[in-house]
Structures are given as structure tokens and as C-alpha cells.
Write a protein that binds this ligand. Structure first.
Ligand code: 5HY
Length: 243
């Protein structure tokens, strides 16, 4: 089975970390191909970033379809371009926010999402609502750290994440913690040690979800809205996206 894990920002060091986390949980016989587009934002921390990350993401899906990829992970907590990607891919496409929230709902009465910048909280709440996770989502907290600071050696980012997670258990009564950024994928262990509750990383959750869907022979329904995009011309910079 070949699973393509797409980091929709252009930061290769983050893609490497994401790939390692996906491989850590992948079953024997599952090959993980972790990539990021060459075009788009270095990190995704706003609606503008998210919108401009989607063409690069869809280009990687199109390449994956030519390479016979069985399923896809969108490794950004905003699940950018998820619906469009499902129209393009023959196999299942899972975003890390959806996978993490659904996985957390198996593990306790309520979870808190801990994300990077406060301005991304609205998007996380929107996704919790869209996925029917409102009854489980206790809170969405922000550490006020830029995404790329998670990679900076010696930065206080890790302590800030652990501290916000500790407060989530204490103040929100969260039974489970959801790490709200693909760049936090390697912090699961330390956060679980420091808080004593289950910690869900979306990269791992989405990888196992795609793997199980493919193993069950399941893929996105093409009956209606997720049917293939209708053939038409795309102009200007997007002329290569003509289907
Ligand atoms: C992510 N941004 O997972 C999101 C996190 C966020 O570049 N990868 C990013 O803050 O929304």
C-alpha cells in the first residue's frame, strides 16, 4: 500500500518530521511518501496562507494519481483543500484535524485542541463543528507560537505547548489532548508524560485511518459532490490545472 502524506506548506524540515511520524505508525507493507509542494506558503497560519496552499496540494494529489497512490493524508491542521482533493483522488483522503478529533472522541468524554497562533482557533472550531465534534470539543487553546518556531532548537515552543496542554487538563477538564499542528507531531510522548492523559497527533491518526480505509477496500463516494471535477479551462497561473 502506498500512502502519500502531503505537508501543504513548503518547509522541507517539517515534511521530514511529518514523514518520520507517519512511518512510525505505518504497518508492515505500507510505504509512506512524504512530500511538500514547491509552490505556496512556508507555513500556514492564516486564511490567506491556507487558500494559497491549496494549488500546490492539488498538484501533489494529481501527481499521486499518476503514480498509483492508494490514499492521501493532508498534513495541516486546517485540512486545507480537503473537498477538492477528494474530487481528484480515486483513493481516500483524510485531513489530520478530522482524524485527530474523531480518534480523540474514542478515548474520553472531551478533548481540547492545542494549536499555534490564536488566529487559527476559529478554523479549528469551524472544523470541530463541521465534523460533528462539538459535543466532544471542550476548548481550542493557542500557545501563540509561530508554526516554524516549533522546529527551532532551544526555542521555548515545546515548553509553551506542554504548559498549555497541562492547563487544558486542569482548566477545561480535557480527558484527551489533540495537538493542533503537524509540526507538533513529535511532542506526543513528552506531553503525555507531563499531563497523564492520551495525546492524539493528527499525522499518526490520519495515516492509520487512510491505511484502514484502503485495507477495507473503501474510497470516497463519487455518487455526487465528490465526483471528478467537470472538464473546463483554467486561466493564467492556473492553466496547468485544466482537467
Ligand atoms: C499546520 N499550519 O499543521 C498548521 C497549523 C496551524 O503550516 N501546518 C501549518 O497553526 O494551523
Amino acid at each position: 500500500m502506498l500512502i502519500k502524506v502531503i505537508n501543504p506548506n513548503t518547509t522541507a524540515s517539517m515534511t521530514e518530521k511529518i514523514g518520520d511520524c507517519a512511518r512510525n505508525v505505518a504497518a508492515v507493507g505500507t510505504t509512506i511518501h512524504a512530500v511538500n509542494p514547491s509552490m505556496g506558503p512556508a507555513s500556514i497560519e492564516s486564511h490567506y496562507d491556507e487558500a494559497l496552499a491549496v494549488p500546490g496540494l492539488l498538484d501533489e494529489i494529481a501527481k499521486g494519481e499518476r503514480d498509483g497512490v492508494d490514499g492521501y493524508v493532508i498534513a495541516c491542521f486546517g485540512d486545507p483543500g480537503l473537498d477538492a482533493a477528494r474530487e481528484l483522488a480515486h483513493g481516500p483522503v483524510v485531513g489530520i484535524a478530522e482524524a485527530a478529533m474523531r480518534t480523540a472522541s474514542f478515548l474520553g468524554r472531551g478533548f481540547t485542541v492545542v494549536t499555534t497562533l490564536g488566529r487559527t482557533r476559529g478554523r479549528a472550531w469551524e472544523l470541530a463543528h463541521r465534523y460533528g465534534m462539538d459535543p466532544f470539543c471542550r476548548n481550542v487553546r493557542a500557545c501563540e507560537i509561530p508554526v516554524l518556531e516549533l522546529d527551532v532548537q532551544g526555542s521555548p515552543a515545546q515548553e509553551k505547548v506542554v504548559e498549555e496542554c497541562r492547563l487544558a487538563v486542569e482548566e477545561d477538564g480535557a480527558d484527551v489532548l489533540v495537538l493542533g499542528c503537524a509540526g507538533m507531531a513529535d511532542l506526543c510522548g513528552i506531553v503525555a508524560d507531563q499531563t497523564g492523559v492520551p495525546v492524539v497527533d493528527g499525522v499518526a491518526a490520519a495515516t492509520k485511518t487512510v491505511e484502514s480505509l484502503v485495507a477495507m477496500g473503501l474510497a470516497t463516494s463519487t455518487r455526487s459532490e465528490y465526483g471528478a471535477p467537470l472538464p473546463k479551462q483554467y486561466g493564467g497561473l492556473l492553466s496547468d490545472f485544466t482537467v
